[in-house]
Design a protein around this ligand. Structure first.
Ligand code: SAM
Length: 283
């Protein structure tokens, strides 16, 4: 069965009496080249376990099963479980779990996999919940080799943004603190069934794990600084910090910026991760 053929996908869904569920962000990928690119990017070694979020009807899952030791796929929509049993029947290395990723204890689920070898995340993410899923993965501090995800193009631009541009924000800094983001490919909307309203892109975040190039004295303060800086984008960094850290006072904040050699009227979007870390260490 060719799951990249749109008519085949429609027939398959009809044969199970189910339709695409917008509320679960169901836009199934139908481009075999893109599927190969995402699957290839997920991990450099075959002995990897892949956590897939939202396998849908199993199109990407099949490509992952063909490449890697094991695939653990979390699917929220129980209507898709019998479909996946059919489309993954010729692989014995796929485990499908009917669960909401946001309510799943990933450390517990993946403990045996981490004991076996590298573990990476690979997914065509449901767009309604991209940011919470990514933050959950990043904040879990689990030692994933990397996170390779299809996201909306604008979100991909934010993940890969350099300081100074309008795409640069708290998600950019949080991701850049934990890993190196790289765009793998752009994916036009017509490669999905049904086609979403916006184009997409695949981004790979290669996580640093314990080998971060720079680390703050206090992660909590670092993230508080980042949240404060981008919470009030139109303000200067000094004013945004004065709101986010009322206990410091304006004179102290002005002194901190001066110590770091930053102009008094600089905005948060101009600071690199390293500069945010220096600032949070001073605070
Ligand atoms: N991987 C398939 C593909 O590439 O064609 C489907 C991707 S589709 C964009 C997103 C998938 O995530 C859907 O199958 C949807 O049901 C599932 N999903 C949505 N929310 C989820 C959640 N909270 N936990 C697990 N799966 C979810």
């Amino acid at each position: 069965m060719n799951l990249c053929d749109k008519n085949t996908v429609r027939r398959l869904m009809a044969s199970y009496g189910i339709s695409f569920r917008h509320e679960f962000g169901q836009n199934f990928l139908t481009d075999p080249n893109v599927i190969d690119e995402i699957a290839d990017a997920a991990c450099p070694t075959e002995d990897c376990t892949i956590l897939e979020i939202g396998p849908g009807i199993g199109t990407l899952t099949r490509a992952l099963c063909a490449r890697y030791r094991r695939v653990i796929a979390l699917e929220i929509d129980r209507n898709l479980i019998p479909v996946l049993e059919e489309t993954l029947a010729d692989f014995d290395n796929a485990t499908v779990v009917n669960a909401d990723v946001m309510k799943t204890d990933l450390a517990e689920l993946l403990a045996p996999a981490f004991a076996e070898g590298p573990v990476a995340v690979c997914a065509n993410l449901p767009y309604y919940i991209t940011s919470p899923i990514l933050m959950k993965l990043l904040e879990s501090n689990l030692p994933f080799w990397g996170v390779t995800v299809m996201v909306q193009k604008e979100f991909a631009d934010r993940l890969c943004a350099a300081p100074g541009g309008k795409e640069y924000g708290s998600i950019t800094v949080s991701a850049a603190y934990r890993g190196h983001a790289e765009k793998i490919c752009a994916v036009p909307a017509d490669r999905f069934l049904p086609a979403p309203k916006v184009d997409s892109a695949v981004v790979r975040l290669r996580l640093y794990g314990k080998n971060k190039p720079v680390e703050p004295k206090s992660e909590a303060t670092f993230f508080r600084v980042v949240r404060a800086a981008f919470g009030q984008r139109r303000k200067t960094l000094a004013n945004a910090l004065a709101t986010g850290f009322p206990e410091l006072g304006k004179a102290t904040i002005a002194g901190l910026l001066e110590t770091l050699g930053l102009p008094a009227d600089i905005r948060g979007e101009r600071l690199s991760v390293e500069q945010f870390i220096k600032l949070s260490d001073l605070i």
